[in-house]
Design a protein around this ligand. Structure first.
Ligand code: NDP
Ligand code: GDR
Length: 379
């Protein structure tokens, strides 16, 4: 039985990858951080009681800033494959916590590579690094390929640039099987609530049910190549099954704006919006409401407003990936379109919003966590 170790197992990708590897028959170990509240919501459904002798899913406390802890876990698990998905992954937050972001995202990667080397596992353990399209930042070529020059535009991207090159370096210096997956944005109903897609689907679903009153956003013109996390974790595994390690772009090859994503999400709820105004005065106004999923919305309501707080000091305006190498060398193709992913996210957030509204209606006091309220949300 193959053993995999996943850092960031409690995150969006970690949860899908753990499911995927368990289905493939792996023994899966995950590193979770100690938190003052439970933080395993995304993996609770696959959790196995560790007292069960043949449990195939095990969690270890750990942190990418703690090398002795990482060495001990790698020593204990002796993994065939390590997927390094843990990161401070929010670009806007990285401007607020640049040093911590560098510690986790850049040095954290080095710490794992060193753990493999110190323990003499260079020939046994294959390593996957969660690299990112943010490396292209101020894009030098469109679409972006494996050969496109990098130009990072945030502390997050600069930290991930170090992680990218240290992974290449350990492959070349020590003959390790180490790969970078350069992933473009990928989303799902499990996406963190402060990334733009989830913020939109959750915010609009809440407004449709009368749980929130307005969605505040930043740059609506940003263009992204959005895929589904489920498609993308499959490719992460495929990259470690090749004869030789290599780096690949993982993208859909299609590009849409944040504004497009808002319009799709609203339409899925039966709400039709028109954008009026320019710059920070731009607003998304309801022009038609159809169906019964948006009982709290009226024609003329302003559902979307711009808050310059969400503008970034340096923005990545446009990203579009060319996944030709992944298709030709690995036979990988994304199966889920951005539009159907958006619909899936809206349906799931609508289910949560309906539950919330129902509890409120029956007199239960339910508060949105402060970070989940559009108005007070920081990122
Ligand atoms: P998430 O933010 O959902 O998950 C990040 C994970 O890292 C969480 O499990 C988090 O733990 C964990 N983590 C954060 N800091 C530490 C730390 N110091 N030590 C140990 N664990 C830590 O990210 P995604 O699942 O979306 O992304 C996975 C990886 O892929 C990340 O490295 C991200 O940068 C990268 N990436 C993501 C893309 C995307 O579009 N989703 C695109 C390209 C790259 P906790 O749950 O406790 O917070
Ligand atoms: P990104 O994702 O920065 O591409 O990083 P995010 O969803 O945060 O932003 C995408 C674009 O939307 C614009 N935007 C807003 N973003 C947020 N979060 N909140 C807003 O209110 C808002 N309004 C407009 C942003 O300015 C940006 O242009 C994600 C992360 O998963 C990274 O870890 C990963 O490496 C990259 O994708 C690829």
């Amino acid at each position: 039985m193959k053993k995999a170790l996943i850092t960031g197992v409690t995150g969006q990708d970690g949860s899908y990858l753990a499911e995927f590897l368990l289905e493939k028959g792996y023994e899966v170990h995950g590193i979770k951080r100690r938190a003052s509240l439970f933080n395993t919501q995304r993996i609770d459904h696959i959790y196995e009681d560790p007292h069960v002798e043949d449990a195939r899913f095990r969690l270890h406390y750990g942190d990418l800033t703690d090398s002795s802890n990482l060495i001990r876990i790698v020593q204990e698990v002796q993994p065939d494959e390590i997927y390094n998905l843990a990161a401070q992954s929010h670009v806007a937050v990285s401007f607020e916590s640049p040093e911590y972001t560098a510690d986790v995202d850049a040095l954290g990667t080095l710490r794992i590579l060193e753990a493999i080397r110190i323990l003499g596992l260079e020939q046994k353990t294959r390593f996957y690094q969660a690299s990112t399209s943010e490396l292209f930042g101020l894009v030098q070529e469109t679409p972006q390929k494996e050969t496109t020059p990098f130009y990072p535009r945030s502390p997050y991207a600069a930290a991930k640039l170090y992680a990218y090159w240290i992974t290449v370096n350990y492959r070349e210096a020590y003959g390790m099987y180490a790969c970078n997956g350069i992933l473009f944005n990928h989303e799902s109903p499990r996406r963190g609530e402060t990334f733009v897609t989830r913020k939109i689907t959750r915010g609009l679903a809440n407004m449709a049910q009368g749980v929130e009153s307005c969605l505040y956003l930043g740059n609506l013109n940003a263009l992204r190549d959005w895929g589904h996390a489920r498609d993308f974790v499959r490719m992460q595994w495929m990259m470690l099954q090749q004869e030789r390690p290599d780096d690949f772009i993982i993208a859909t090859g299609k590009q849409y704006s944040v504004r497009d994503f808002i319009l799709w999400s609203a339409a899925e709820l039966g709400i039709f919006l028109r954008f009026e105004g320019e710059g920070v005065a731009e607003q998304g106004i309801v022009v038609r409401v159809e169906g019964k999923d948006a009982p709290a919305v009226r024609v003329g309501d302003v559902l979307v407003r711009i808050d310059p707080h969400y503008f970034r000091p340096t923005e990545v305006e446009t990203l579009l990936g060319d996944p030709t190498k992944a298709r030709e060398q690995l036979g990988w193709e994304p199966e889920i379109t951005a539009q159907s992913m958006c619909a899936e996210m809206v349906r799931e957030d609508l289910r949560l919003a309906k539950r919330h509204a129902l509890l409120q209606k029956h007199g239960y006091e339910v508060l949105l966590p402060c970070e989940q309220r559009s108005i007070s949300e920081k990122n």
